[in-house]
Design a binder for this molecule. Structure first.
Ligand SMILES: [Zn+2]
Length: 340
C-alpha cells in the first residue's frame, strides 16, 4: 500500500499500539473494494464518547476520487486530532461528550486511478435513490444513459459498495444521536470556498432552516472574517441521487427528533489554477493545489471551521434546541437569507 492509504494504515497501527490512544480511538476497515485484482480498503476512525445519544460529527473525504485534496484534508485534520489526544487534556475532555467519526477516503479506487467515479464508473454523489422534485441540469444532475459519461448514477435503487459501507457506518454511529453534523470535503470550480446544506433534490427550504440560521449566525459572530459562502446546495443546481439528501431522509424516519445537518465543503479551486495555470493541463490539477505550500495552506485554512464544528456540537443546545421565540426569529432570518 502506498500514498494516503498507507498513511492512514500507519495512523491506525499507531493507535492500536498505544494503550492510552486505543481507549479513545477505534480504527476499522469498513470494506475492502476489489478492483482489477487489487484491494482498496475503506478505513474509518471513531473518536470519543460511546454514548449513542451524544452528538456526533461525521467527516468524510474522497467521495470524488479526483478531488484528492478533500481526502488529504480529512487525513490532516484526523492526524492533528490524534496527535493532540496524546497530550491535550482539554481535547480529551471535549471527546468525553461528543463523538467524531472520520472516513477520510470513501472512494479509494477513484483516488488511486484518478477518476471522479468509483471502479464501476458510478458517481457516488449521484447514486442514492433520491429523485429530484424539480428540473435538473442535463447530465450534470445525474444520468443513466451511459457509464462512459460523467455523473453516471449506477443501477436504480442499488447503492454502490462504498455508499453501502458509508450508510452502515453512519447509521451505526449516529442513529441515536440528538444532534449530528456531517461534513463532506469536495473541491471544484469557483473562487470561493462554499459550505452547502440540503437539499440537492428540491428548492424547497431545508427542514432545519431555523437551526442552520442559528448555527451560521453563531459562526459569523465567532469568526466575523471567515472565508465561506454558506448556502443551500439548491442555490447552485439540483441533482438526483445525492447521498446526503438520502441519509437525511432516512434519518428522519429512524430518529425524527434529531437535528441532523449534513454539510458539504466545496473548496474553490480557481485560485490554485490562477496562481499556477499549468495545472489546467493536468487531469487532477483542476481540482487540487499542486504546490506543497498551497496544499499546506489549504490544510491550515479549514482548521478554524473544524474546531468550530467540534465546539458547536459540544454546546449544541445553543443552536439546536431553540425556544419558540428564537425558533421563529431564526426561521424568518433563514428564510430571508436563503430563500427569497
Ligand atoms: Zn465533488
Amino acid at each position: 500500500m502506498t500514498g494516503l492509504l498507507a498513511d492512514l494504515q500507519k495512523l491506525g497501527r499507531m493507535v492500536n499500539q498505544d494503550d492510552e490512544l486505543k481507549k479513545l480511538v477505534h480504527f476499522e476497515t469498513l470494506k475492502e473494494i476489489i478492483y482489477k485484482n487489487e484491494t482498496f480498503p475503506i478505513f474509518s476512525f471513531t473518536i470519543g464518547s460511546n454514548n449513542p445519544e451524544h452528538p456526533t460529527l461525521f467527516m468524510t473525504g474522497g467521495v470524488h476520487g479526483l478531488e484528492r485534496v478533500g481526502a488529504q484534508l480529512a487525513w490532516s485534520l484526523l492526524k492533528t486530532t490524534i496527535d493532540r489526544l496524546v497530550w491535550d487534556q482539554s481535547l480529551k475532555e471535549l471527546f468525553q461528550n461528543i463523538r467524531l467519526v472520520v472516513v477520510p477516503l470513501v472512494n479509494p479506487v477513484g483516488y488511486y486511478k484518478f477518476k471522479r467515479s468509483n471502479g464501476n464508473d458510478v458517481d457516488l454523489m449521484r447514486n442514492s435513490p433520491v429523485i429530484s422534485k424539480e428540473k435538473i441540469p442535463f447530465l450534470l444532475g445525474g444520468q443513466r444513459i451511459s457509464k462512459k459519461i460523467a455523473w453516471y448514477q449506477g443501477t436504480k435503487d442499488i447503492l454502490e459498495e462504498e455508499n453501502a459501507a458509508l450508510y452502515t457506518k453512519f447509521f451505526e454511529s449516529c442513529k441515536k444521536s440528538k444532534c449530528i453534523l456531517a461534513i463532506d470535503f469536495h473541491s471544484g470550480f469557483g473562487m470561493k470556498d462554499r459550505i452547502w446544506f440540503p437539499y440537492s433534490y428540491t428548492k424547497e427550504p431545508f427542514d432545519h432552516v431555523a437551526e442552520i440560521d442559528a448555527f451560521t449566525t453563531l459562526f459569523e459572530e465567532t469568526h466575523p472574517y471567515h472565508i465561506y459562502k454558506i448556502e443551500p446546495q439548491s442555490k447552485g443546481y439540483l441533482l438526483n441521487g445525492d447521498i446526503w439528501d438520502y441519509f437525511f431522509l432516512e434519518m428522519r424516519k429512524v430518529n425524527p427528533d434529531a437535528i441532523f445537518i449534513p454539510l458539504t465543503l466545496e473548496m474553490g479551486s480557481w485560485t490554485w489554477v490562477r496562481k499556477n495555470p499549468w495545472q489546467l493541463f493536468s487531469k487532477q490539477g483542476i481540482f487540487n493545489p499542486m504546490k506543497v505550500h498551497r496544499l499546506k495552506r489549504t490544510y491550515r485554512r479549514h482548521h478554524l471551521l473544524y474546531d468550530f464544528l467540534l465546539k458547536a456540537l459540544r454546546s449544541h443546545p445553543v443552536w439546536s434546541e431553540l425556544d419558540s421565540t428564537n425558533k421563529l426569529k431564526h426561521l424568518n432570518s433563514g428564510m430571508t437569507r436563503w430563500y427569497e
